[in-house]
Design a protein around this ligand. Sequence first.
Ligand code: DGJ
Length: 774
Amino acid sequence: MIRQIDNYFVIETKNLSYIFHKNKVGYLVNDYFGNKIQIDEQSIESLGLKEAFPKGTSTIVDESVDPTFSADNQLLEYSFAGKGDNKEPAIIIKNDKRGYVFDFRFFKAEIKKEIVDIKLVPMPNHLDEELIISLKDSDLNIVLELHYYIANEFDVIVRNTVLINNEDEVLSIRKIASLQFDTINKNFEVLNLNGAWIGESHPEKQKLHRGIYINDSKSGLSSNAHNTFFLIKEEKATMDYGEVYSFNLMYSGNHQELVELNAYDHVHIQSGINPIFFDYKLNKGEIFVTPFALMTYSAKGYNLSSQRMADFINACVVNEHFAGHLRPVLINNWEATYFNFNEAKLISIAKKAKAFGLELFVLDDGWFGRRTNDTKGLGDYDVNKKKLRHGLKGLADKINKLGLKFGLWMEPEGISVDSSIFEQHPEYAISLERIKPSFGRHQLVMNLAKKEVQDYLINSVSEVLDSANIEYVKWDMNRNITDFPGNGQFHHDFVLGLYRVLETLTSKYPTILFENCSSGGNRLDLGMLHYFPQTWASDCSDHYERISIQGGLYFGYPLSCITGHVSAHLNHQLLRDTPYADKFPVAAFSCLGYELALDELTSLQEKVIKSQISFYKDHRQLLQYGDFYKIKEKEYAGDSAVWMVKAKDNKEAIIGYFNGLQSATPKETIIRHLGLEEGKRYQLSVFAHDHELKHFGSLVNMVLPFHINPDGALMRLINKYKTMPKENDNYVLDGSILNNGLILKSEWAGNGVSEDVRILKDFGSRLYYIKMVE
Ligand code: DGJ
């Protein structure tokens, strides 16, 4: 609920309160953001800073109105330049009449119950209430609106900013943040998701120091280097203890998140479009709408803050048609074939996929035009008949006949110089006159800031989607933006152009499931998730690296939005060789897919994969929409991790145990702190592995009645049929035991193959299913 008490604005969600007031001068001062508090006319004044005098060299905004108020010493809702607030301004604008200094003061406030989506930038759905605070320059007719939104069910506050120029002079916007939040430092650390291709979204924490810390992207995309999500937390905060404030921005281009700490230990946070390369012009009567930003809080560590973000994103951010929908389990041919496929090979993989229980077949890159490798063909859409004799429709029909849905890869924003579209329309590509363009993956980028290019993409993609029964699209984008025009508007116009294309296509084809991809997670953000409900998080399909990547993302994104594939046991990115049984548990904590030649497996591998798919399908609701908990974080390379998804009603849970480097003196593994119902009985069962004999090398001679060469043909033959015993870690026990500590069976330590031993090896993993039994 949003309400006004005198000069105070009170925004209350189910469990949180956010409170600020307008002071005598008409500035907005933050009083509180945290767990819900009871307030009334009297007590509300006890909140906030008690600044009775301006400190030292501070300047006074308006001495005649309030001789004590210096903007520099306050916690403010939005900071302006040139009126004595020396912290980073939230807005930097300029016009010929005034220069840089504007005197924005409170003008009016409005609380609305009818929320209008003006569709300029992606906006969360199902918002129930809005508070609009309008600030106006004391002299010029320029209005700045701060918008606050809530959805009653969720503990997230949504914010954005709108600027309206009613002056004759052009107004140049150099910076306009979507959100500012000022608070007092409680020994905070900032946590960001940093990385690079195949090593995206690694969580990194650092202590706040005096000065400004910036997390940003300048690549034109939201980037794999620094994600838009971040949080600040008390240094001592853990998974389930301590204060955490987390933030995200619904934007897919250059962004900036900033945390400033001043001498008085005030923390000054902003999130919005990156001001670099940004100089947006507003003519008379024009408005600028910033992207939406999200914020939440937890007093109980970051499992709760991530669950609050996840619930809100699942319900209000992702494309409405797919909100809450179970995602299909798929097979993708990319790592199985790369560009080297034909219809027969695809059908051979698809047949196995169907037999194993998969639901969707995805044809990846290489099906069109001259695309025999990644140097050519992008931008064209004619089917390569040498590879697909019966065209897309022919293939899709065959796949459908097998009982699978058909999905297709596209990279509409990419354009190869060696393509027929570039030969006809070189002006479609982003480039500058008189200098050679820079290439990324041998390609250029379509200029989506131009309407004709947006229309070309909408039409060409529509033609493909109309040509066959395509029920899923993997939308890729494989490079960053260079050689951009210098008008200060280009990057934002590109993003707006992209959103127009996505809005048009997803409205036209509401039942097609679009998966976002950008060489993996190079554009993984809430703007993209608004249109495309799931994202391929990384081109790295190594399960152990994925613990860092997915583990990072789950600080701010739901499992239902992230896809993970089981790929060939010898991983193509890291060359790490891991049995399929150990790869699956990490992918199971995401929307599951397979990306390997399913038609080249041994019968034992087939059996393992089949049972994984069946386990996943049985527990898909829980694995995609359960509450995610980190029980133990992976802190360093070689470390182990423990994750859990739990149903909100506490009736079932799945635990993932992910081993790091195996130790010669393994510690006991205790499962605890699960928050299950005490006094209720639960069944815990391990999703146990079939251990392939070959992984025990010459040790097998200790159990076989005859001697074999561990690298010989006989071993390969026996390995197809015979396995080592699985462990039997199954119990029925009270929830209180699981909450306080169940010790799992001991790990293998140079000895002991039996069902009473957990054989983990380096990077081995296990799933445990827990169900309440009456
Ligand atoms: C990059 C993607 O992330 C991969 O999964 C694959 O689709 C390739 N592009 C295809 O070129």
